[in-house]
Design a protein around this ligand. Sequence first.
Ligand SMILES: [Zn+2]
Length: 280
Amino acid sequence: MQTIFDLNVYQPLDGVYHMQDATGVCATLIVGAERALLVDTCTGYADLKAVVGALTGKPCIVCNTHAHLDHIGGNYQFDRVYLNQKDFAVGCLYLSALDIRPAALEHFAQMGLAPDQTRTEQYLAYRMENVEALNMEEEIDLGGVHVRPVPMGSHSPGMTGFYVQERKLLLGGDSVCLLACLNFPEASSVKQHLQMLKDISAIDFSFLLSSHSKELLTREDVEAMLECAQSYDEAKTSHYADPFYPQFGGRMYLHESQKGKHAIIVAKRRIVNHAEDHKA
Ligand SMILES: [Zn+2]
């Protein structure tokens, strides 16, 4: 691990950099022979563009896994960012009615991480002006490394993972992860989440990186996520409140898998899920 401009940078696989900021949120940089791909831009206080520049001099394509503020926070630093258009409305909502950026800035300041005046203004003014629709059908050729977008709609409708073919690596964002939050209004039911996990299991990956963990996970962790979704039982949950969005309280369910791995799902209360299951 090395620390570059306030970010902890891990290199779990050849040409793969997983960068974690002080709030625990990660972005991933995949470097090929000709180009690089940056997936997500973290919470936005750090000079992510400078970190990417320190790791590679190659031209860099930037994509977001989904439109929550802790993954698009640093978008303002880049000329163009691609996002699944199913998440455009989610992004607009979080950048207006659900905007917590002033509170996030206060949180950064308390950690001694407040960005300078110029970056603070750019961060607060950002409205997805540089966002374009990600082509979900198009493989991204980085030169000897091929990456394809993988739909993972559950945590948010447009949540998109990325499969790095030559590394057998799947980027799971906030949907394929050990703590899957489905308590936000835009999230799917547990049933739909389970189906998504089954769908992605067909992909030939060996490794998994998710957006709130520095660990390189394996298929055993995904099995734990599947078991967790399969056995979800609201009677065995406890109340959960997100520190930044306490209005979206949910039910937290912890499962220990047959192989001793732990996975957690935070779901909406059953009455909401029930309605969604009928719609599906
Ligand atoms: Zn999220």
